[in-house]
Design a protein around this ligand. Structure first.
Ligand code: ADP
Ligand code: MG
Length: 684
């Protein structure tokens, strides 16, 4: 039996419970050892029943006197209640719709309960968690008791028992992958002790030490993986050799219709210096919506072409591909650079023609969706890939892409500011440039919160803006379950708005429209022939129409904060004052908090931090399924310092011992835990 053996072989588990454990993320014997309690109950200090305080949470131990289950007033509901006694006082505990707990709460049983104290006539514990105590089980009384996550078919108590017995047998076999030196340097407790402390804490302080040590370990492992991958990539020679800005680049700078911001100049220098080196660039360019990332990217494209290479510019949607294509075309063709568009929906002849131009090298720059990396696409001399709105593609696609195309220079851009801790953990192998300055003269977008019931007022506002020649976006609710529903909601909103605003030219755009129609709608909006554009959240990324100054987001509480921020970023791109109207009906407390967050600031990074706290890393970057940020202990939103230190340590190690010759346990842990995710094969 090994640590990596499936958990079903642990005595007492078996196949049925294995399935339940899988739901808790436990696959192997080792996972079981690292399945930590979700909270602890301090049963050293039990509240006597006489000391219960209304409104507070309390942990009590008492004996069951009687049990009863009766129907509630409302049909279909039942109330189970037990009378409890601690020898001096009595109190009741009640649960809704749990008729069967009477099977466990038999008179005479001693029970530990944890829950909220409320007053209904007398004091009672409402819906408490409980555990029937087994006096012969010393783990359950008189100490700090771990409460494990439960799932259908597994009680927390069963989980505790199985984890404890696994600890006795298997913990000694767990090897520490943190280098001894690091453990000493930080005065970390020993690994086995730390794991033990998590399960059976002695006290607050020792628990915290153990917890931080384990969190550090998790960060360290990921950082080591990312940094080694980076070293590996750098040491691979890039396809092109050094690139150098030339005539076209000078012409590009001269032809810009505006002065570059200081941040743009700095970023372009950073990119140019990467391109001038032997090693392939892998750089992440972060900049809030509207910070002018495109200009920086175009500078890179031009340098590549100047150096005799082709460059690809990849974006997540067709609309965006078309928009960028038209923009770049007029601009770059003046510099003598031929631009091709490649998306999945090109007609056959158009596609044939594009592929030929790409293969012959006639196309200097190719703009497109991921179709750019289709199998049939062969570049003559691809030297640079720019990926716009990277967060829309997902992390792993980026990796696949980088390995497929023989190490060209890669620049990825994202408009969703990513909290630093998260950047380091999912893009930890990239260099980061920051566009932290908006072009001059931008007025901040005024953000308003309106109720659905105020729609009359909103209609007046919209038609007033339209009369003044401004354009308006109206984003329809996001109905996640089905694109079809999204669509029908958008369609009926479109009809409704047309009727209510008869003087306005109203158009509808959504993802399922054929692409030439999408293109037609978008270009008439850009051309000012549409006043009000009703859209599904399709316009979220990248679209740039400076004359559009009003963004209405219907059912705004359903969107994530980062998404709201992105949508708001579609306006405020011109000289005129812009408005973003967040329209809500009834919303959940979380929804209201999101609205509040977006109203409170227009700083994308602040918003990103809030997003990380509210939704967690997996939701933000769509990385959940890849496991990169599936930490058992570490918390990206809170452990940022720990993460930075772990990264520092990992960097030192990667520099000193890139082959991990003196860190075998680390190399093994990397392979077994992150090998597949990070494609580390052959690196460590
Ligand atoms: P994003 O970073 O969101 O991709 P864009 O590159 O689309 O932003 O730029 C937003 C708008 O700002 C565009 O209309 C662009 O022409 C304009 N812009 C970019 N840089 C500058 C600058 N230095 N001065 C004035 N306007 C600029
Ligand atoms: Mg952009």
């Amino acid at each position: 039996m090994e640590l990596s053996s499936p958990v079903r072989y642990v005595k007492g588990v078996g196949e049925v419970r294995e399935r339940a454990l899988l739901r808790l993320g436990v696959r192997t014997v080792e996972d079981l050892l690292f399945l930590f309690p979700r909270r602890y109950e301090d049963r050293r200090c039990i509240t006597p029943l006489s000391a219960l305080i209304e409104g507070a949470f309390a942990s009590v131990v008492a004996e069951v006197v009687s049990f009863e289950n009766r129907p509630a007033h409302r049909k279909g509901l039942s109330i189970a209640s037990v009378l409890l006694s601690d020898g001096r006082d009595t109190v009741s505990a009640v649960w809704f719709n749990k008729p069967h707990i009477g099977d466990m709460l038999i008179p005479g049983a001693r029970v530990a309960l944890y829950g909220k104290v409320e007053r209904w006539g007398g004091l009672q514990l409402s819906n408490p968690e409980f555990e029937v105590l087994d006096e012969s089980d010393p783990e359950s009384v008189g100490r700090i008791v771990p409460v494990y996550p439960a799932t259908a078919g597994l009680s927390p108590k069963w989980v505790r028992r199985i984890v404890f017995s696994a600890l006795d047998i298997y913990l000694p076999e767990v090897r520490d992958y943190l280098p001894e030196e690091t453990v000493r340097k930080y005065g970390f407790p020993e690994l086995h002790d730390s794991v033990m402390e998590m399960h059976k804490p002695q006290g607050r302080e020792s628990w915290l030490k153990a917890r931080n040590r384990l969190a550090f370990g998790e960060f360290f492992l990921l950082q080591a993986g990312l940094l080694l991958r980076k070293r590996h990539r750098i040491s691979a020679r890039n396809v092109s050799g050094p690139m150098k800005a030339g005539e076209k680049f000078d012409a590009f700078l001269k032809s810009l219709p505006f002065r570059l911001t200081g941040a743009q100049e700095r970023v372009i220098r950073e990119i140019a210096s990467d391109l001038a080196s032997e090693a392939p660039m892998s750089r992440l360019l972060q900049g809030d919506v509207g910070s002018g990332k495109t200009a920086a990217a175009v500078a890179a494209l031009v340098i590549a072409v100047d150096s005799g290479f082709q460059a690809a510019f990849m974006v997540p949607t067709e609309i965006l591909a078309q928009q960028h294509f038209f923009r770049l075309k007029t601009f770059l063709e003046n510099l003598g650079i031929h631009v091709e568009l490649l998306t999945g929906s090109l007609s056959r002849p158009a596609r044939r023609q594009a592929l030929d131009a790409i293969a012959s090298g006639g196309a200097g720059v190719v703009v497109g969706t991921h179709a750019i990396f289709g199998e049939k696409v062969v570049f003559d001399r691809l030297g640079l890939v720019v990926i716009d709105e990277q967060h829309r593609f997902g992390v792993m696609q980026k990796n696949a892409l980088m390995s497929k195309t023989l190490s060209p220079h890669v620049l990825v851009m994202t408009a969703t500011p990513i909290p630093r801790a998260l950047t380091l953990s999912i893009y930890g192998d990239l260099d980061v440039s920051l566009l932290d300055e908006l072009p001059p003269g931008r007025k901040p977008v005024k953000t308003h919160h309106m109720r659905t019931s105020q729609s009359g007022e909103l209609m007046r506002f919209i038609s007033d803006k339209a009369k003044k020649g401004r354009q308006i976006y109206w984003i329809c609710p996001l109905i996640e379950e089905s694109e079809q529903l999204d669509l029908s909601a958008a369609y009926s909103r479109f009809l409704d708005l047309k009727e209510r605003l008869p003087d306005l030219r109203v158009r509808l755009i959504h993802g399922q429209l054929p692409s030439d129609e999408k293109e037609a709608v978008m270009s008439s909006f850009e051309g000012g022939e549409v006043d009000l554009l009703v859209a599904t959240s399709i316009v979220e990324v990248g679209v740039d129409v400076p004359n559009a100054t009003v963004m209405v987001i219907e059912d705004a509480a359903h969107f994530g904060v980062a998404q709201l921020h992105q949508l708001r970023g579609r306006v405020g791109r011109g000289e005129e004052e812009s408005h973003c109207v967040l329209l809500t009906g009834k919303s959940t407390p979380e929804g209201a908090a999101r609205i509040e967050a977006v109203l409170s600031t227009s700083d994308g990074f602040k918003i990103a931090e809030m997003d990380l706290k509210q939704r967690g890393p997996g939701e933000i970057c769509g990385v959940r399924q890849h496991g990169v940020t599936d930490f058992r202990v570490a918390n990206l939103a809170r452990d940022r310092k720990l993460m930075e230190r772990a990264r520092q340590e990992a960097a030192e190690l990667a520099a000193k011992d890139p082959g991990l010759r003196n860190a075998r346990p680390l190399a093994e842990a990397l392979m077994s835990k992150l090998g597949a995710t990070l494609e580390l094969a052959g690196i460590a």
